[in-house]
Design a protein around this ligand. Structure first.
Ligand SMILES: CC(=O)[C@@H](O)[C@H](O)COP(=O)(O)O
Ligand SMILES: NCC(=O)COP(=O)(O)O
Length: 237
């Protein structure tokens, strides 16, 4: 079964909107795990617009499933990750002012930098993943960095799925097979939803984990968090 890691950035967005602690992020995370969530993903951005660095420290103490911290490995991010030691770190090449993640790594141009960062994380006992487009050369380049896994950036799939499901997924199927051939574990995420997740899961081999946040939280406004988590898990079986 493909593991569901729930990205809780948008819980922190709502919390920060009033400057208080409602919704209580730690309570929501405990409930997500009680409802069947199999991991918690956070993406502390440099401006800490939603997830704050302190949230990462606090969540490390309470997460019982797996904690995945995503972000651009700027020095303060890497320091946080090496301090917190999550189960997994996912390296994302976001610009500081990016409204959301919008590209995968150029694993060839940044091979030496990624090797250095990944080496430090793996030495600290943290499983590593790097955010990549479904580009065969980028997947092969990722294998040269020493990373444990890659995370396929699924925005293009989600955008094209409604009009051309097979056209949307074929690059990801190819990328997944190449990742498997070169010995990489496989995650996926960004803009996945109740509408598009089952087709992706059924068409993309070797998938170990999906991290889903924005759509899941929005769907939960109508259908309820516990119900939505179990709807995703049923589609991921
Ligand atoms: C790497 C990735 O796709 C997610 O972390 C996504 O960027 C969520 O970030 P926001 O919640 O800030 O959009
Ligand atoms: N890595 C993807 C993630 O954590 C959540 O992305 P999204 O579902 O908020 O687009």
């Amino acid at each position: 079964m493909v593991r569901l890691s729930v990205n809780v950035n948008k819980i922190a967005t709502l919390r920060n909107a009033r400057g208080g602690n409602m919704p209580d992020l730690l309570k929501v995370v405990r409930d997500i795990e009680a409802f069947g969530g199999e991991g918690i993903t956070i993406h502390p951005r440099p401006d800490q617009r939603h997830i704050r660095y302190q949230d990462a420290r606090d969540l490390k103490k309470i997460v019982r499933t797996e904690l995945n911290i995503e972000g651009n490995p700027i020095p303060e991010f890497l320091d946080l990750v090496l301090q917190v030691r999550p189960d997994q770190v996912t390296l994302v090449p976001d610009a500081p002012d990016a409204i959301t993640s919008n590209a995968g790594w150029d694993t060839i141009a940044h091979r030496d930098f990624l090797r250095e960062v990944i080496g430090k994380c793996r030495k600290a006992g943290i499983r590593t993943s790097i955010f990549v487009d479904p580009d065969p050369e980028m997947i092969r380049g990722a294998a040269e960095t020493g990373t444990d896994r890659v995370e396929l950036y699924t925005e293009a799939y989600a955008r094209e799925y409604p009009t051309d499901p097979e056209g949307a997924v074929k690059a990801y199927r190819t990328a997944a097979n190449i990742a498997h051939e070169v010995g990489l574990g496989l995650n996926a995420g960004h803009d996945l939803s109740l509408e598009n997740i089952a087709y992706f899961k059924n068409q993309v081999p070797h998938l170990q984990e999906v991290s889903i946040g924005h759509a899941l939280i929005c769907e939960s406004l109508y259908l309820g968090l516990e119900n939505v988590i179990n709807m995703y898990k049923n589609k991921l079986r």
